[in-house]
Design a binder for this molecule. Structure first.
Ligand code: MG
Length: 385
């Protein structure tokens, strides 16, 4: 059997690295034919290329290309510059694209992969939040399968196989609750960057870890689920589950709830997205339910975590709202990481941008990118306001 060909967009990030570990263990079935990264870790990108020998390496920051070139052992084609990721998808044939660029940097390339009918292992929630209204119809037309890597959505995707989509009553996205789950309203006011980066169960990149602290990740995931599974916002619930063992649940109309459980290890959903519908042995740790003994579930607190309501509002509105939610939050998180705004301002600024923006119900990609730019500028401009 011919090996499957895979391209990884965002190979030097947390998901990208885990994906390469998964692929290394399945190297008799998979060939890494393309690697792409923004390029801030050019040396690591070069090491990955030396290890996996892809045909093409793409680096978005053109000024980092010489550093990359200098450290490459082999002679892969190197694409550099703003359109490098898109060019990689256009020029290198593959069976599967792992979309794992943090932020909107992978947007055009992922849309093109959908257009070309590739399997998309989607780890980049920004693509769906910003442009789900474009991605899903493109995939539908070309026959591309979009398989979520996000642990909650992977769980839902798996649980949905237990019934017909018409019989789904609602879904529950589980949330660890982040580091501030048990903090009082007053102490959250003074939360520092260090506090927000201290995640109890998952080991992830800094942007996603802060999103987990604000629970903005659940807001993004509500919107993500709305597009992936074609559900209205009122069928999507968030439930706090501190152990991060139940990765999410589907409730069918007969009252049956189907859940997916596993140790909190991204390699499982990554591997499943690659091998679906097959299941292969995976390096993640096995659950010992008798050692875990008990699993806890609580409703989220809308007062302390106002972001969740923003997710519902945006999922209901559709159109350009998702692009604003994503971009405003990204800009606010960036300011928070630089110490320029307080923790609370992340949700407040995002809410303000959503209220202010010029809403379009059926945006084009250009509209979405324009709104994305506007929201970032608006939040950054308002640092002093
Ligand atoms: Mg998630």
């Amino acid at each position: 059997m011919a090996k499957k060909r895979v391209i990884i967009l965002g190979s030097t990030g947390s998901i990208g690295r885990n994906t390469l570990d998964v692929l290394e263990a399945m190297s008799d079935e998979w060939d890494v034919v393309g690697l792409a990264a923004a390029g801030l870790r050019a040396a690591e990108l070069a090491q990955q290329a030396n290890r996996f020998r892809p045909e093409t390496v793409a680096i978005a920051h053109a000024d980092r290309a010489p550093q990359l070139q200098a450290q490459l052992d082999g002679k892969p084609t190197v694409l550099a510059g703003e359109s490098a990721l898109l060019d990689l998808i256009d020029t290198v044939h593959c069976d599967c694209v792992v979309s794992a660029v943090v932020g909107t940097g992978g947007l055009r390339a992922t849309l093109r992969a959908a257009e070309l009918g590739r399997r998309i292992a989607l780890a980049n929630k920004e693509v769906l939040v910003t442009a789900g209204s474009l991605l899903m119809p493109l995939a539908e037309r070309s026959g591309a399968t979009v398989i979520p890597v996000d642990s909650e959505h992977s769980a839902i995707f798996q649980a949905l196989h237990a019934g017909e989509s018409a019989d789904v009553e609602r879904i529950f996205l589980t949330a660890s609750g982040g580091p501030f789950r048990t903090w009082s309203d007053e102490s959250i006011e003074d939360a520092t960057l260090e506090d927000a980066l201290n995640h109890p169960t998952w080991d992830m990149g800094p942007k996603i870890t802060i999103d987990s602290a604000t629970m903005m990740n659940k807001a993004l995931e509500i919107v993500e689920a709305r597009w992936l599974f074609d559900l209205t916002h009122d069928r999507i619930d968030v439930i706090v589950h501190p152990e991060s063992i139940v990765h999410s649940l589907v409730e069918f109309r007969d009252g049956s709830m189907i859940a997916q459980l596993g140790s909190p290890d991204m390699r499982t959903p990554i591997q499943y997205a690659l091998t679906y519908p097959r299941r292969l042995p995976c390096g993640s740790e096995r659950l010992d339910l008798t050692a875990i003994k008990r699993l806890n579930f609580h409703p989220p607190d809308p007062e302390r975590f106002p972001a969740i309501q923003l997710g519902h509002d945006v999922a209901q509105r559709g159109g350009t709202a998702g692009a604003v939610l994503n971009a405003a939050n990204e800009a606010a998180v960036d300011l928070f990481r630089k110490g320029l705004v307080r923790y609370r301002d992340i949700a407040d600024q995002t809410k303000r941008a959503l209220a202010l923006h010029e809403f379009k119900p059926t945006p084009s990609l250009d509209d979405l990118l324009q709104v994305d730019r506007w929201a970032r500028e608006e939040v950054t401009r308002c640092t002093a306001c």
